[in-house]
Design a protein around this ligand. Structure first.
Ligand code: SF4
Length: 753
């Protein structure tokens, strides 16, 4: 599980030259974010100024991390690239598929049984291609990365939206889809729109009940769930330097809830201390050597409004503990106002369950502070009124807090320790009685609280707070309890008060672990075989998509003319379909089932032009495929917005759709289509959308002279014998046209090898 110190040395060696060049190009002092981004641009893109929010540029990330649910398709694709080894250090983490029900040991054993074929597959692919594999029970991806792989000034992509957690150690860490991870592992650069920059200046110092979590709860209230979109949030100031590295990780982690590309803190003494206690003193030493490059320039932090697109200031000395929710993480309530909000809104005041931990809040500091309250409850003869669970973020944290007695303390208070996994945070929670859909309240130290996320019950009011507040409220069993001011009645009828929580940032005896749950890859993976059962319904090896036939595409049938919003969720739904993420054929049965058909205003009901009857979209397309007939999907504005999941591009490609013609694309989906060898086209005149009729047969012409910047012609042949010919636009560059010709980007990589 050793990190690659030589790789870090190489990254740092690039810094002085790259930053000097960036200063000249930009012509003014640099933020930390700009330093890291410019240090990771590909050679070609590092020579010009990148316009924030506008320029699409290519980066060379240092690492890739994948969680088990998304790793399946990422690795199935990587296997298509024909490489012997991954091009950058990469890891897989088995955390999302473990269901919380009884407690750690039982739940883990059950998951190992239920998900065996998926785990075996991920383990053998990792072994073969040089990927570190963290077994089920080893911990949650972001906590394990923070403890082992994150490093100041690095750049990482991860197939999970809370990848930004590593920003707590000064890394630009960004959540992506599996196709992007596959490309970077195959040695391709990674494209991103150069982000805007939001600066958050932290002044003062926290004390008492306030925790790092309250910073992001407050920021979420200010920026809302959309306010960080397309931006990187950079924290700085004396307040930032006073926070522990893991506290910073919490803030960056939950930055995903404001839509931010990622969040980041600069390198400081707290980062160095965390690196040392997690056995990485050599990284701290290297970072000390280029410390000036691992933080923003002084001039930037003195006059931040001149350098950031938006600046927010928060005084930590005045920051109150917050509780956010229900149903959205940006509904922020200072604790002094929360009880009134509960009463006024009629939210259930009785607290059913308090859950602490997750990748967001399971550091030694979090656990020790929460345990100090649990100890008070025991000492003051308070019996916790709510159920209370603890999800450790990693086996290392679990082992250490167990050794130091904290788990015992929770046990005395009635707490249940769950597996080191996502569990209730991702809906993997077999909560008894949730199916009755009763109105109830829970509070967690997780990050997301959308309806149904934790237990599938739309009437569960989920609130988010620090582990300290969660613990105090679980003891009280009452959402209207304010631990800063209110008293509780103990088992002997006495009025008692909880004192402020206390804890330790880092374990005085250091971290310890017996079996961290890591499997190193084989030195030589060439002999490792990957087993996927041909009868599996969860996994399926991919076959290469066919190369372009070298002619115009004629006689295509209109599959669906989608009306209005068509996000990647409409194209490839989540929910129960997640089970098939590693099986392209099976998951293709959800293709476009959420899209509304312009001709009948229905979802999943389109006319089969061969039979004349209406049927489900996937079944209709399978009929065309079986008869060797290609098809086309037509869509509206911003087609493919939302999650970056590559299944939304792979499914139509797999089922024989040849082109997607829309008024406009969401950029990531457009790129995903290109990578899969599809034609992604846009109307030159958006009103041409209205020309398309339900029984149209469509020709795409001029493909033999397909070139960057040159329009293609499309002819709609209507059922009455008339036709309309239009010009359509595309954004393929010469390299992407080669992807189309080869059948996919991966096919091209394979041919080049
Ligand atoms: S604990 Fe929750 S937020 Fe963290 S990786 Fe798992 S599901 Fe995502």
């Amino acid at each position: 599980m050793a990190f690659d110190i030589n790789m870090i040395r190489e990254v740092y060696a690039r810094y002085p030259k790259r930053i000097e060049a960036a200063r000249k190009i930009i012509g003014k002092p640099l933020t930390l974010t700009e330093k890291i981004l410019y240090a990771h641009l590909t050679e070609g893109d590092a020579t010009q100024a990148c316009e924030r929010g506008k320029s699409y540029v290519e980066f060379q990330p240092d690492r890739v991390a994948m969680q088990d649910a998304t790793a399946q398709m990422a690795l199935l694709q990587f296997m298509q690239a024909g490489k012997n080894q991954v091009a950058v250090p990469s890891t897989v983490h088995c955390d999302h598929l473990i269901q919380a029900e009884v407690g750690a040991a039982t739940d883990l054993a059950k998951a190992n049984d239920k998900n065996k074929e998926v785990y075996d597959f991920l383990s053998s692919v990792s072994d073969k291609y040089g990927i570190g594999f963290w077994k089920p029970g080893a911990g949650i991806i972001h906590q394990v990365v923070l403890e082992n792989y994150a490093f100041p000034g690095g750049m990482m992509i991860g197939t999970d939206s809370h990848t930004p957690n590593a920003g707590g150690l000064g890394m630009v860490a960004i959540g992506v889809g599996g196709a992007d991870a596959c490309d970077v592992m195959a040695g391709l650069p990674w494209e991103l729109k150069f982000p805007k920059l939001i600066g958050v200046k932290l002044t003062g110092k926290m004390s008492g009940w306030t925790a790092a979590k309250d910073v992001i709860l407050k920021v979420a209230g200010i920026l809302t769930v959309k306010g960080g979109t397309g931006a990187i949030v950079e924290y700085f100031g004396e307040g930032a330097r006073s926070l522990s590295a893991t506290g910073k990780g919490t803030i960056c982690n939950m930055g995903a809830e404001i839509g931010a590309t990622t969040s980041i803190f600069g390198y400081d003494e707290k980062s160095a201390a965390y690196l040392r206690v997690t056995d990485r003193a050599d990284i701290a030493e290297l970072a000390d050597g280029i410390a000036a490059h691992l933080t923003g320039d002084d001039a930037v932090y003195t006059n931040p409004e001149n350098y950031f697109d938006q600046v927010i200031e928060i005084n930590l000395s005045e920051l109150e503990p917050h509780v956010n929710g229900p149903f959205t993480p940006d509904l922020a309530w200072p604790i002094s106002k929360f009880a009134a909000a509960v009463r006024e809104n009629g939210w259930p005041a009785k607290l059913e369950v308090g859950l602490i931990g997750s990748c967001t809040n399971s550091s030694y500091e979090d656990i020790s502070r929460a345990a100090s309250l649990a100890q008070q409850a025991v000492d003051k003869k308070l019996v916790a009124k709510s159920e209370y669970t603890i999800t450790p973020g990693s086996e290392q944290v679990r082992f250490t807090v167990d050794r130091d007695g904290f788990l015992d303390t929770f046990g005395k208070m009635g707490g249940v320790v769950l597996a080191n996994a996502c569990g209730p945070c991702i809906g993997q929670w077999a909560r008894h009685g949730a199916d009755k859909q009763e109105k109830n309240s829970i509070i967690t130290s997780f990050n997301r609280n959308f309806a149904k996320r934790a237990d599938g019950n739309p009437n569960t009011h989920a609130f988010v707070a620090s582990p300290e507040i969660v613990t105090a409220l679980a003891i009280a069993g009452d959402l209207t309890f304010n631990p800063l001011t209110d008293l509780l009645t103990n088992a002997e009828g006495q009025q008692v008060k909880l004192e402020e929580p206390t804890g330790l940032e880092l374990p005085p005896l250091g971290f310890a672990v017996k079996d961290a749950g890591f499997q190193a890859p084989a030195e030589d993976g060439s002999q490792v075989s990957i087993s996927v059962s041909p009868t599996s319904d969860r996994l399926q090896l991919l076959e290469s998509f066919k190369a372009w036939e070298g002619t115009d595409l004629t006689g295509l049938k209109l599959l669906i003319k989608a009306k209005g919003k068509c996000t990647t969720d409409h194209i490839s739904m989540a929910g129960p379909w997640l089970r098939y993420r590693g099986h392209l054929d099976n998951i293709s049965n959800n293709m476009l089932i959420g899209a509304v058909n312009e001709f009948n205003d229905k979802t999943n009901s389109v006319k089969n032009q061969l039979s004349g009857s209406y049927g489900e979209v996937p079944a209709t397309q399978r009929d065309y495929k079986a008869k060797g007939i290609g098809s086309i999907v037509v869509g509206d504005e911003n087609y493919g917005e939302g999650s970056s999941r590559e299944h939304a591009a792979m499914e139509p490609r797999f089922l024989g759709v040849r082109a997607i013609l829309v008024k406009s694309f969401a950029r990531i989906h457009e790129t995903n289509l290109k990578k899969q060898g599809m034609l992604g086209l846009t109307f030159n005149n958006p009103a041409d959308y209205d020309l398309i009729q339900e029984d149209d047969t469509i020709d795409i012409l001029d493909l033999t002279s397909f070139a960057a910047g040159k329009q293609l012609r499309v002819v709609f042949n209507h059922a009455d014998g008339s036709s309309d010919a239009i010009f359509v636009n595309h954004t393929y560059n010469e390299g992407q046209i080669e992807w189309f010709k080869a059948g996919s980007a991966l096919n091209l990589i394979k041919t080049e090898l």
